[in-house]
Design a protein around this ligand. Structure first.
Ligand code: UD1
Length: 416
């Protein structure tokens, strides 16, 4: 099994190009199910989760044609199956995103329930309740959600909590429903706006995306389109945390600073000096970071997907930081691993108190989930001596070529 060997203590210097956003690309790949015409996507990140989603779509009968490493055309003109099997869904929860499009266009879907997850229970009850409100008949049998419907009917759906993929699933279902759907308490993430922008190019009638009330007028059919996926704000934020922890000066290209507000504010508070362009960020760090308190929140608040990386930054900061995780109930799995590197962290329920230490000391640690892996890499880069990060298949799910990008910034990191 692959591992990363990091020799820490070297400040980062240089430039990297940020990839397309995983969390925008995954629903967007599923949106191709809504039309029989070709959909061309550019700036698709080269990630394990993307390959898993493409495998699932191919199993349904979608034709996938790559043009280069970041561009592909999908065509769902000959769908032969409506099933997402457990084997794939258990490796990637986002597989649930085929549910809405399949029911909307074909009136049937059989999708495995994802089951538990390292960071929390993560049920999909809101996806299912919302689809039922649009008129789908839903049964749960043998661990599968089985949905059937004549044409879906528009309705007002208010989810009990703000859910990102739930909003995406219901938006994709509603674009082909008859009549008007109003999604209240909708998620406002930039990745939802990106999906809506593609759907609009395909002929959907959507208003209010980016707010908590999305209004969708269903149409009879959608057509093909071409779309460039937005930049990955979490990948960009992770590199900025790395330079804030190690010191140095880096430039990120192909980024969208406008959608990174909460992360950039916290990085400035940590002492990172930032210059923002339209699609680039330059960051300089001298000396140790300041501690920064974090409270995760739905967008535009501070992203839970950046919590672990800021925890790593805080371990080497001056002062004490309070980190409150409000989205997932078990998203502190990285704490015990950071402690192995010499961090001083106490956890009480959903709150962690991080007391910054002068230096971390390299050790062998184990990645437990995607963003936890990034946090261990950042801590390893800041630590003295050698750190081995095990189980980096988690990292490969969501970071394209992370070790190569870090090498180009002068980091001593290699895959072994
Ligand atoms: C998405 C992101 C993930 C991010 C998360 C929160 C993708 C592919 N993944 O995950 O990286 O960490 O948003 O920003 O975009 N919930 C329910 N019932 C539901 C749906 C959600 O109880 O039907 C709960 C979840 O357990 C969680 C909270 O709602 O506590 C938010 O989850 P949600 O926004 O749905 O996360 P995902 O869409 O799975």
């Amino acid at each position: 099994m692959d591992r990363l060997r990091i020799t820490g203590g070297t400040p980062l210097h240089g430039e990297v190009t940020i990839s397309g956003a995983k969390n925008a690309a995954l629903p967007i790949l599923c949106a191709c199910l809504l039309t029989e015409e070709p959909v061309r996507l550019n700036n698709v990140p080269d990630l394990k989760d993307i390959r898993t989603m493409l495998r699932l779509l191919e199993q349904l009968g979608v034709k996938v044609q790559w043009h280069d490493s970041e561009s592909l055309t999908l065509q769902a003109s000959d769908i032969t199956s409506y099933e997402a099997a457990y084997d794939l869904v258990k490796t990637m929860r986002a597989s649930i995103l085929v549910l809405g499009p399949l029911v909307a266009r074909f009136g049937q879907a059989r999708v495995s329930l994802p089951g538990g997850c390292a960071i929390g229970q993560r049920p999909v009850d809101q996806h299912i309740r919302g689809l039922a409100a649009l008129g789908a008949q839903i049964q749960m049998t043998q661990g599968y959600v089985v949905a059937q419907s004549d044409r879906l009917q528009g309705n007002t759906v208010r989810t009990d909590m703000v859910t990102v993929t739930g909003t995406e699933n219901l938006m994709m279902a509603a674009v082909l429903a008859q009549g008007t759907t109003v999604l209240e308490n909708a998620a406002r993430e930039p990745e939802i706006v990106d999906l809506a922008n593609l759907l609009i190019k395909m002929g959907a009638r959507i208003k209010g995306h980016g707010t908590d009330r999305i209004v969708i007028e269903g149409v009879d059919r959608l057509h093909g389109a071409e779309h460039n996926i937005i930049s990955d704000r979490i990948e960009a934020g992770s590199f900025l945390c790395a330079v804030a922890a190690t010191g140095g000066q880096i430039r990120l290209n192909a980024v969208e600073p406008d959608i990174m507000g909460a992360t950039l504010d916290k990085l400035r508070e940590a002492g990172l000096s930032l210059t923002l362009g339209e699609d680039w960020i330059e960051a300089t760090m001298n000396g140790r970071p300041n501690s920064v308190d974090i409270r995760t929140h739905e967008y535009p608040g501070f992203a839970t997907d950046m919590q672990a990386q800021f925890m790593a930054l805080n371990t080497v900061a001056t002062g004490v930081a309070l980190i409150v995780e409000t989205i997932f109930e078990n998203r502190f799995m990285h704490v015990q691993e950071l402690i192995r590197l010499g961090a001083n962290i106490e956890v009480d329920g959903s709150t962690a108190v991080v007391r910054g230490v002068d230096t971390l000391c390299g050790a062998t640690v184990m990645a437990t989930d995607l963003r936890a892996s990034a946090s261990l890499v950042i801590a390893g880069l800041a630590a003295q001596g050698q750190t081995i990060v095990e189980r980096i298949y988690h990292l490969d799910r969501g970071y394209a070529q992370m070790e190569h990008k870090l090498q180009s910034l002068g980091a001593q990191i290699e895959r072994i």
